[in-house]
Ligand binder design. Structure first.
Ligand SMILES: Nc1nc2c(ncn2[C@@H]2O[C@H](COP(=O)(O)OP(=O)(O)OP(=O)(O)O)[C@@H](O)[C@H]2O)c(=O)[nH]1
Ligand SMILES: [Mg+2]
Ligand SMILES: [Zn+2]
Length: 366
C-alpha cells in the first residue's frame, strides 16, 4: 500500500515537469497569471511570441489599481485595437513589467492595454510627466510610493476645524508638489464651522499661492473650485476627515463616494477612503481622490536641499556668511536675522527646522 502511493507521487511529478517544458504554452492555460510567470522564468524566452513593446502609444489611463489588477479608462479617440473605447474595464497587469523601487502604477498613469484572448492586459507604462510621490516608509516593499501621476494640480485639502488646521503637512505637500512639477492649490474646507479664516492662512498668502475656501455644508467656494479645476487633471490630498471625498460628491453628486464622520473623541478622520481613484466629471475635470494620510515622508530630498523648497528662506540665504549655512546654529545667518525682524514668518522657519531635523535623523538611523 505504502509502496504504491510513492510510485504514484513520483509519476505525477515527472509528467508535470515534462509537460511544462514541452508544451509550456498550454500547460498552465487554465491559470493565466501562473502561466505568464512560468514563461517569464524560462531561461530562453524565445518561444514567447508577444514580447513587451519597447515603444508604444498609450491607449488608456489608470483609474485605480491593486498589485495585480488595474481599472483603466480606455481612450475614446485612440483605443488602439481594443473593442470598448471610452469604457472603464478591469485589466491584468503583465507580470513581466519590472517593479523597481517605486510604485509600478498610480492613478493617472498612461498605459498600453492589449487583449490576450479574452483578457485585457496592461503591457506598457508611459513615462510620467509629473508625479506626487512620498517616501513609502522603512517597512514598505517600495521606497517611493507614487500617489498620483500626470496631474496638473495638487489640491492640498485642510479643514478650518474638526480636524484642526495643521500647517506642518501643508509645508511638506508644498515640497512634494515642487519636486513633482505639480501646481499646488490650498483648499480650506469646513468654513461653515468657523468665523473668519484660520490665522495660519496668512503664511500661505505671503507665498502668493492660490487658496480657496469651501464648505460642503453651505456650498461656499465650490463653484470657484470647479472653475479652477476645469480642463485639468488634479489630485486631492490631505489628512483624513478634512472632506476630500465630500468635496468630490458636492462637485458631482452622481459620484456617491463613501465618506465617514470624524471621531468626536480624537477629532481625527477615520480613513474612509482606502485607495486612490481617478474620477471624471463635467467641464473636463479629471480628479484623483486619495486616502487621508497621517504624515508625509519625503523622498529624495537631502537635508541641505530643504531650504531651497522654502522660497522665502532661499531668497534671503544668499546673505548668510557661510555658503553651507544650515540657518540653525551659525552666526551671521541672514535667514535667522530675517526671522527675527519678522520678514520670514517664525512658523515657516520652525517648519523648515522640523523637516530638516527629521531628514537628518532618518539618515542617522539608516
Ligand atoms: N461641517 C462640515 N462637515 C464636512 C464638510 N466636508 C465634509 N464634512 C464631513 O467631514 C467628514 C469627513 O469627510 P470625508 O469626505 O469622508 O473626508 P476625507 O477627507 O475624504 O477623509 P478620508 O477619506 O478618510 O481621507 C464627513 O462626516 C463629512 O460629512 C464641510 O464642509 N463642513
Ligand atoms: Mg475620502
Ligand atoms: Zn543661514
Amino acid at each position: 500500500m505504502v509502496k504504491r502511493k510513492r510510485l504514484e507521487k513520483k509519476k505525477r511529478s515527472t509528467v508535470r515537469e515534462r509537460d511544462w517544458e514541452m508544451r509550456h504554452d498550454t500547460a498552465f492555460s487554465h491559470d493565466l497569471s501562473r502561466h505568464r510567470r512560468a514563461l517569464a522564468k524560462l531561461p530562453e524566452n524565445s518561444s514567447y511570441k508577444d514580447p513587451l513593446p519597447a515603444s508604444f502609444t498609450p491607449n488608456a489611463t489608470v483609474v485605480s489599481h491593486s498589485r495585480r489588477w488595474a481599472f483603466v479608462k480606455i481612450d475614446a479617440e485612440n483605443p488602439g485595437a481594443l473593442p470598448d473605447s471610452g469604457e472603464t474595464r478591469l485589466c491584468l497587469i503583465d507580470e513581466r513589467l519590472p517593479e523597481g523601487d517605486e510604485s509600478l502604477l498610480a492613478p493617472g498613469d498612461r498605459v498600453l492595454v492589449e487583449m490576450e484572448e479574452d483578457n485585457a492586459v496592461v503591457r506598457g507604462i508611459a513615462p510620467r510627466s509629473t508625479r506626487l510621490a512620498r517616501h513609502a516608509g522603512v517597512h514598505g516593499r517600495l521606497n517611493q510610493q507614487i500617489i498620483a501621476a500626470n496631474v496638473d494640480n495638487l489640491v492640498i485639502v485642510a479643514a478650518a476645524a474638526h480636524p484642526p488646521f495643521r500647517p506642518g503637512l501643508v509645508d511638506r505637500f508644498l515640497i512634494v508638489a515642487q519636486q513633482g512639477g505639480v501646481t499646488p492649490l490650498l483648499c480650506i474646507n469646513k468654513m461653515d464651522l468657523v468665523e473668519g479664516e484660520p490665522a495660519e492662512i496668512s503664511l500661505y498668502r505671503a507665498l502668493n499661492m492660490e487658496i480657496c475656501f469651501t464648505s460642503c455644508k453651505t456650498g461656499e467656494g465650490l463653484d470657484e473650485l470647479r472653475l479652477r479645476l476645469a480642463g485639468k487633471t488634479s489630485v486631492l490630498a490631505g489628512h483624513s476627515g478634512v472632506g476630500k471625498s465630500s468635496i468630490l460628491n458636492r462637485l458631482d453628486p452622481g459620484l456617491r463616494i463613501y465618506t465617514r464622520e470624524v471621531s468626536e473623541a480624537t477629532s481625527r478622520g477615520r480613513h474612509a477612503t482606502t485607495a486612490a481613484a481617478l474620477y471624471e466629471m463635467q467641464g473636463g475635470i479629471h480628479i484623483i481622490d486619495t486616502p487621508g494620510i497621517r504624515a508625509l515622508g519625503l523622498w529624495n530630498v537631502s537635508p541641505e536641499e530643504v531650504a531651497f523648497y522654502f522660497p522665502e528662506l532661499a531668497a534671503c540665504s544668499t546673505g548668510c556668511k557661510f555658503r553651507n549655512c544650515t540657518h540653525i546654529h551659525e552666526a551671521q545667518c541672514a535667514v535667522k536675522d530675517a526671522v527675527e525682524s519678522g520678514l520670514v514668518p517664525l512658523q515657516r522657519y520652525e517648519s523648515y527646522k522640523r523637516i530638516r531635523t527629521s531628514l537628518e535623523e532618518e539618515i542617522a538611523e539608516s
